[in-house]
Write a protein of this length. Structure first.
Length: 226
């Protein structure tokens, strides 16, 4: 069990956010915080910008500063965007990480889903098939993203969901939501149908197998996009 008191290497501003739950309503002005924390306003302003980049605080003209619910995704995306700017193949490495995370958490995630979640997943698949079989054909990318995130939504693990959300943000940033053909999309949604049907019939292992085979298609897409 973790110790109740630990020494954490974070700024005075982040420590204030972490130890003041009421900050979700409204934070004091920087001048007031400067006096309370014994930190200069200029230093606090720099710490505030870091906090904003991490997505843990928001600043609006009329409402002032507020603490936001914790999400891992903003910090991941800041680093990932820089990594992809250095070398686009970093996205391939991150995609590989995401695939392993989905597989590792599959059984735990699907067991937490409710009957209402099952209905929502079936509706997403139906909507995607409607787009693929429509005239004109549409790429069901919003459904693709939403389906994968919905399967893991009840884990209550901000680090898993943050990584998965960041993958889809990066997927869109590199344009893969457009880089597909009809045969590929048909195969992808056939696997999605198998995954969802397996979830709804409580055949978790069959769904896992479909997800695993589905990742092979993703490798093909990523290889063809290089």
């Amino acid at each position: 069990m973790l110790r109740e008191r630990t020494t954490l290497n974070i700024s005075e501003f982040l420590n204030y956010l972490a130890t003041h739950p009421e900050a979700e309503n409204k934070l004091p002005p920087l001048a007031d915080l400067s006096r309370e924390l014994g930190v200069g306003v200029a230093a606090l302003r720099e710490q505030l910008e870091v906090a904003r980049a991490l997505g843990v605080v928001e600043v609006k003209p009329r409402t002032g500063m507020r603490r936001k619910p914790y999400s891992f995704a903003p910090a991941v995306m800041k680093s990932l965007n820089y990594a992809m700017a250095l070398n686009k193949d970093h996205f391939l490495a991150f995609a590989d990480l995401r695939q392993h995370v989905e597989l590792a958490y599959w059984h735990k995630a699907v067991k937490l889903l409710t009957p209402k979640d099952h209905d929502d997943l079936q509706a997403l698949v139906a909507r995607a098939w409607g787009k693929l079989r429509g005239a004109p054909i549409e790429i069901p990318h919003p459904e693709h993203r939403e389906l994968h995130l919905a399967i893991y939504r009840r884990l209550e693990n901000p680090f898993v969901t943050g990584l998965l959300q960041s993958y889809w943000d990066a997927y869109e940033a590199v344009g893969l939501n457009f880089f597909t053909d009809y045969d590929y999309l048909t195969q992808v949604w056939t696997y999605h149908q198998k995954m969802v049907d397996s979830i709804c019939t409580n055949d978790v292992d069959a769904g896992y197998q479909a997800l695993s085979e589905h990742t092979d298609l993703i490798h093909q897409l990523l290889s063809s996009s290089k």
